[in-house]
Design a protein around this ligand. Structure first.
Ligand SMILES: [Zn+2]
Length: 169
C-alpha cells in the first residue's frame, strides 16, 4: 500500500523532470514568432468550451512545423477544427494537435514518421475559425494508457511555447 502511494506521487514528478517528456524539447510550430505574439488563452471559454489551446496568429499559408519528432497519428476533418493533425511523440506519451489548417503538407499521411521541424501543414481558417483571422490552434494532450488520439488530458502549451521560443532565439 505504501509503495502504491509512493509511486503515485513519484510518477508525475518523473514525467515532469525526466528527459522522457517531449514537451521539454519542443520547437515552435511557426517560424518567426515573438514572445509578444503569445497569449495564454488556455483557460478562456470559446464557443461555450474551455479553450484548452493556444492560438497563434499568422498569415494564411504560413508553414506549420512539427514541434517534436514522432508519428502522424490521425488526419481528421472536424466541424470545429477544420483540417487537423494529431501527432504522437516518439513514445506516445503526448499528442500534439494542430487545427484550422488551410491544408496538409504534400504527401503527409497517417502513420508517417516526422522529424521535429518538418513542415506538416499550413495556417488557415478551416472549421469554426474566423476567415479574417487565420491562425494555428495548437494543443497538447497527455495520452492515457490506451493511446487513443481522441482521448487525452489537455496540458497548457503556453509555458512550453514560451520556453521553445526562448531556446530558438
Ligand atoms: Zn483556438
Amino acid at each position: 500500500m505504501k509503495l502504491c502511494v509512493c509511486m503515485a506521487v513519484l510518477f508525475p514528478v518523473l514525467l515532469v523532470v525526466g528527459a522522457t517528456s517531449s514537451i521539454l524539447e519542443m520547437t515552435p510550430p511557426i517560424s518567426g514568432l515573438a514572445l509578444a505574439d503569445l497569449r495564454d488563452t488556455f483557460e478562456e471559454v470559446h464557443n461555450g468550451h474551455r479553450h484548452e489551446a493556444i492560438d497563434l496568429l499568422a498569415p494564411r499559408g504560413t508553414p506549420v512545423h512539427a514541434v517534436v519528432s514522432g508519428t502522424i497519428r490521425k488526419l481528421f476533418v472536424s466541424k470545429p477544427g477544420g483540417n487537423t493533425i494529431y501527432q504522437f511523440d516518439e513514445i506516445g506519451l503526448y499528442c500534439y494537435y494542430y487545427a484550422h489548417l488551410d491544408g496538409y503538407a504534400k504527401g503527409l499521411r497517417e502513420g508517417m514518421r516526422v522529424e521535429r521541424g518538418n513542415v506538416i501543414g499550413f495556417v488557415g481558417s478551416t472549421g469554426n475559425a474566423d476567415a479574417r483571422t487565420p491562425h494555428l490552434h495548437f494543443a497538447i494532450f497527455e495520452l492515457g494508457s490506451e493511446k487513443l488520439w481522441w482521448k487525452g488530458k489537455a496540458v497548457n502549451p503556453y509555458p512550453s511555447l514560451v520556453d521553445a521560443l526562448k531556446r530558438t532565439k
